[in-house]
Design a binder for this molecule. Sequence first.
Ligand SMILES: C[S@@+](CC[C@H](N)C(=O)[O-])C[C@H]1O[C@@H](n2cnc3c(N)ncnc32)[C@H](O)[C@@H]1O
Length: 268
Amino acid sequence: MTSSFTVQNADGYEQLMGRWSKQLAPPFIDFAGIADGERVLDVGCGTGSLTFALPQAANLGEIVAIDFSPVFVEAASQRNTDKKISIQQGDACALAFADGSFDRALALLVLHFVPEADKAVAEMCRVVRPGGVVAAAVWDHLGGMSGMRMVLDTAAMLDENAARIRSHYCFQPMTRPGEMKRSFMANGLTNVEETSLTIRMDYRSFSDFWEPIAAGEGPLGKYVASLPQDQRARTEAAVRAAFEAGEADGPRSFAAVAWACRGVVPSA
Ligand SMILES: C[S@@+](CC[C@H](N)C(=O)[O-])C[C@H]1O[C@@H](n2cnc3c(N)ncnc32)[C@H](O)[C@@H]1O
């Protein structure tokens, strides 16, 4: 299996995650470093949070964006008005590009959905020229996703299936400290650096937080949608209590931390 990501619909993804990956894209681009004229590959572009942020950061020569999901390729293509950007369906584990054909390959919030994430890193290394850069970021699910952990910890107290989903979530590929760095080094990259990037997920209210999950978006949404009506209501009430934390419903802000790693393709 090449992808563990499940897509409900592109608008739902925007509400659940796209609005936050848009915030993470600029600090990730700063960390990855881009320069005018470069040809950049965005691996796992989704609805385009990184793709459309790239031209804001430099006068790039060309941006090629690929995603496994035809639903996202369609959604991102509909948004695209930039002739320098091309968007196509593709697999991170078998990139349809020649060796050394990009200056940089970037993947924002993708590798943790690739069961054979090492293979995707190897492919990113292959398509980048010697001296070029490979960079990726994934959420620190165990220690850095306070909002999602709140949902999973609450649900896990009520249901052992949710505890299993929490375990899977916390240890998705590349999310452990140092895991991406080890993979980048094992794939021969040099000057490998790993850091963490933090954004705030600011919600207007509980419904702003819960609606995309209730609509079945993401792994948590899939779980909630699978519950019988009474259990779903109990779960929602318990998560609402955790979200409100003893005060009236209203805005809440959750820290979200991503691991980011970059390395340089060595000269042959
Ligand atoms: C959480 S989304 C991130 C999307 C976008 N980069 C962003 O930051 O909003 C994960 C994306 O990875 C894509 N993906 C997962 N496995 C993939 C694979 N093997 N090849 C290409 N894309 C993949 C999914 O289809 C999905 O669009």
